[in-house]
Design a protein around this ligand. Structure first.
Ligand code: PMV
Length: 396
């Protein structure tokens, strides 16, 4: 039976949320909780896709719809699929569940479809691909939402000449999964999305996003996207941090309050335009984030915790905390190295860095939060199993 399963982790922002919108560095870490996507050929005769056994309704699943038009065009002969989605990342809580889904699904589709390479091609060299999306090649357009009749994945001219075919893990590329994840997140969110979630879910470990190339980090790629507010460029890095021998954990506490990210971002933008001198606060978050990054690189988790708590004070000053988050943060503080809200704020989650995860978790739960415990720096997207690949290959 043809089947492929991929999974990707959720994420949690350790430093720099909100300030990153103004170009400052921000760091996210992949958490233990994951979304798993499984693909099989649909056994229904009606040529319709299924999701979790139900008929696929494109408007309900904008991420899957956008991926389908990039990776699995019916017009090119792609067969109908049955998709199962499972996992333990709570949705709509700032932990990257939709990016994890998008990134895992993009890896599944690539493994199942495989990739054509041009003459003498090497699967790990985007310049040799006859099809696919990469930050390193710019003759394909992953972001365009006008996909009718176009094979967005195919490369131009000679490079688009399909000569050899690879599939399964060999065809999967982390940057491509991140890029597809970013594009479909942006499409599902009205053209606005930072690559923070998709890159962290794809690469795993620690991801640093900034407008500048930052010292001490491993620069991975430049990401560009047109947004309704104009063109945006980010520098995406990973951080070479080993946490293997560290007895330190994250406890994430969910306030249960729902606050849309767009509203929180708009709130900060309004404050900055009304009182431009407050940009100093954004710059201070940047200074704290850089100090946090240095501490992470040194493995000095006491200093990482201090930077997290300082970062929180600045976020509170910006007006993006709320009483429910403050209650959880106060409850976690005595047993933690550091504690802050994570993500957009106004609700959503807080995160504590702690050597006593059980105690910290209990304190947060007593204060009314629902908790998740995670070690730091987990694996990015991966193919967990596959058989009977490829499901299909577009004609050369
Ligand atoms: O809601 P989250 O966890 O994805 O966090 C949003 C992070 C912000 O910096 C507030 C917004 C952004 O686009 O970076």
């Amino acid at each position: 039976m043809a089947k492929v399963i991929a999974s990707a982790p959720g994420k949690c922002i350790l430093f720099g949320e909100h300030a990153v919108v103004f170009g400052q560095p921000a760091v996210a870490v992949a958490i233990e909780q994951r979304i798993s996507v499984s693909l099989e050929l649909s056994d229904k005769k009606d040529d319709e896709w299924r999701i979790d056994g139900m008929k696929f309704i494109a408007s309900k699943h904008p991420h899957v719809k956008a991926l389908r038009s990039r990776m699995w065009q019916k017009s090119a002969g792609a067969p109908a699929l049955s998709i199962q989605i499972s996992g333990d990342i709570p949705p709509a809580s700032g932990l990257g569940s939709s990016a994890a889904l998008s990134v895992a699904a993009s890896a599944c589709l690539r493994a199942a479809r495989g990739r054509w390479l041009s003459e003498g091609g090497n699967a790990s060299e985007p310049k040799d691909w006859a099809e696919g999306f990469s930050s390193k090649i710019d003759d394909t357009d992953v972001y365009s939402d006008v996909t009718k009749g176009k094979d967005l994945a195919r490369r131009a001219e000679n490079n688009g000449h399909r000569t050899s075919h690879v599939f399964g893990e060999l065809a999967v590329d982390l940057d491509e999964s991140a890029l597809l994840g970013h594009a479909v997140e942006a499409i599902a969110q009205g053209g606005r999305a930072s690559p923070m979630d998709s890159s962290t879910c794809a690469h795993g470990g620690f991801v640093l996003l900034s407008d500048n190339i930052e010292n001490g980090a491993d620069w991975e790629y430049t990401r560009k996207m047109s947004t309704p507010e104009g063109d945006r460029t980010w520098q995406v890095h990973t951080l070479p941090i080993s946490v293997e021998d560290q007895d330190v954990y994250l406890v994430i506490g969910n306030s249960g309050v729902h606050a849309p990210t767009s509203q929180q971002v708009a709130k900060v933008a309004k404050a900055m335009s009304q009182e431009p001198q407050r940009m100093k606060e954004i710059e201070t978050i940047g200074v704290i984030a850089r100090r946090g990054i240095e501490a992470l690189l040194k493995g000095d988790f006491e200093a990482v915790g201090r930077a997290m708590s300082e970062n929180h004070l600045m976020l509170r000053g910006l007006g993006v905390s709320c009483q429910e988050l403050e209650n959880l943060i106060r409850a976690a503080a005595p047993t933690s190295l550091g504690v802050k809200l994570t993500g957009a704020g106004g609700g959503g989650c807080m995160v504590a860095l702690t050597r006593n995860p059980k105690q910290t978790s209990e304190a947060i739960e007593l204060a009314g939060g629902r908790t998740l415990i995670s070690k730091l720096g987990n694996n990015g997207v991966r193919i967990d199993s596959d058989e009977g690949l490829p499901f299909w290959k577009p004609v050369a």
